[in-house]
Design a binder for this molecule. Sequence first.
Ligand code: NI
Length: 263
Amino acid sequence: MRLGERPATAVALAAAALLLTAGSVPGSGTVPKTPTAAPVVKATPAASPSRPPLKDFQRPVTDCTVHKCVALTFDDGPGDHTGRLLDLLSAAKAKATFFVVGGQAVQYPDLVFREVEEGHEVGNHTWHHTQLDAASTARIKREVEGTSKAIERILGFKPTLMRPPYGATDSRVAKIAKSNGLAEIIWSVDTDDWLDRKSSVVARRAIRGLRPGAIILLHDIHPTTVAAVPAILRAAKKKGLTLATVTDVLGGRLEPGKKYMGR
Ligand code: NI
């Protein structure tokens, strides 16, 4: 989501985050002054996935020097609609990237597992959906490292991608991303799907942005976004585009700490 966005639920969510912060990320500090759409994090211990972490997992790679590739990215989940989205992507043999928030990942570990098992990438979107450039350096570290660790506990390996919430980053974030082996992924196409909860509008904006090298921002927590996906998949196919993960669209071997925008 963008800077300056103030969802109606932000105050309630920020209050929930304030109550739960101490128990959610070890040693977590105060909630940033700017209200952010922090997910509601359960104070109970993290759920475990029903299967053991993957060992020596090899993600199927799409060669984007051969195919004309586009990256669909889905932020802020997993959530109640992620399973349906995975079914749609699987039926179309499309790959995507999921930037998960730590608080959601530990509530839906099986969905995080499924995302990777079905060939998608999972990236770090902080624990509380924190606006990192407004947070203390210690807090940035906790938000990023706590989330990477939670993902590792579920999957058996750490993510290599992160997306700072609202695309808000600075040199401190870049440094912490680098030391955690994370490339920062922004986007080149914003569908504003959090604002306009109308599938036809979301689909139209995404379809307009379908071009080789594009990184398209979507949110799998909105049912209207998931409902827009079949039309996006059909349009991509018609344009001869392959839907691939962010790493593949960017040609693989991303540099930790570097910021990528897409085309
Ligand atoms: Ni977000």
